[in-house]
Design a protein around this ligand. Structure first.
Ligand SMILES: [Zn+2]
Length: 83
């Protein structure tokens, strides 16, 4: 099974992922034979997937004002939220 990690390289500005070193040491201590490079990618993937925070805590529709909850952006018309 292949894992698509292409997103890692699509990021316009790669940022160092904090905390991977200790997690890597812990992984090795448990007998996992992952190399550091692969581990960093996997760690970055997990961080992005599980710890990603929406850009805004509240978003809404500009047309009707409906509260659409947390998200990266609001919408400008009702057709975009299915009303
Ligand atoms: Zn609306």
């Amino acid at each position: 099974m292949a894992v698509d990690l292409s997103w890692v390289f699509k990021k316009s500005k790669p940022e160092p992922v904090s905390g991977w070193e200790s997690a890597f040491a812990d992984s090795r201590a448990h007998g996992h034979n992952t190399d550091a490079y692969t581990f960093q990618i996997a760690w970055a993937y997990a961080e992005d997937h599980f710890k990603r925070q929406p850009r805004f805590s509240e978003t809404s529709c500009s047309q009707c004002g409906k509260d659409l909850g947390p998200g990266d952006a609001g919408v400008s018309s009702c057709s975009e939220h299915g009303a």
